[in-house]
Design a protein around this ligand. Sequence first.
Ligand code: ATP
Ligand code: ZN
Length: 283
Amino acid sequence: MLRLAVQKSGRLQEGSLNLLKESGLHFSNGKDQLKTPALNFPVELLFLRDDDIPQYVEDGVADAGIVGENIFLEKQKAGELVKRLGFARCRLSVAIPRNEEYTGTAWLNGKNIATSYPNLVRKFLQDKNISAGIHEISGSVEIAPGIGLADAICDLVSSGSTLLSNGLKEAETILHSEAILIANKYLSSDKRDLLNQLVFRFEAVQKAQRNKYILLNCPNDSIEAIINILPGMKSPTILPLALPGWSSLHSVVDEDDFWNKIDQLKKLGAQGILVIPIEKMIV
Ligand code: ATP
Ligand code: ZN
């Protein structure tokens, strides 16, 4: 049984549980419990505060965990970064009062920075050779300049609207973060096996999310040109249409690429283009 820590409630929870669900794991409805076993895979979820997850993974109370990279790096606990998961993207940024003119990192010299990330801020200041005070607070960091507690803050930003409504502006980004899978470094081989199976499933889900199944009709004399545009996983499938001279072509395409390719496909006479989501993809 692999014990996997996920956030009890908050911004990481939905993405973590969705990924597990899409990976085929089912849980009895247990969000209010401390732990719940999967019904069809030897995994047990532990619901914890995100800040505690790196410590639990270091101690081996949890074998693995899903946590923001920001928390993993800040906590400086032993553990292995197994896989980036692509959700809960945000950045850790220094922000200063909007009416200040930011002149580069030197602006921070001699200033006081409020943050919940003292280790990451200290490292940033050292790298930039800046001497500034760090005032550690655990929440509502964005109000610190307004109440005279600090000159600047360093906190997570996604849209920037929280900064704006507190009269702040982003000055430096010190880290780009997303959800990651971490694991204890000394897993037994049985647990390592389970972790690898889980990662395999995560990868199948991630690949499927990036790709779409595409079907189109085309004149037979464009098939070759279209295969060059849509090479697919190994090679597209071609099926004859009942209409002579026409075929149906099936392939796989990266969703971002699809929009770039659509004009070329139309010029080659492609019609009836269907783009369909893929649930799992194993190459
Ligand atoms: P907990 O009660 O578990 O300690 P929390 O209040 O510390 O929760 P959340 O606000 O739920 O944490 O954020 C959890 C993680 O989600 C962050 O550490 C970060 O990795 C990620 N995240 C993504 N976008 C944002 C954002 N806009 N603001 C804050 N965190 C974000
Ligand atoms: Zn937290």
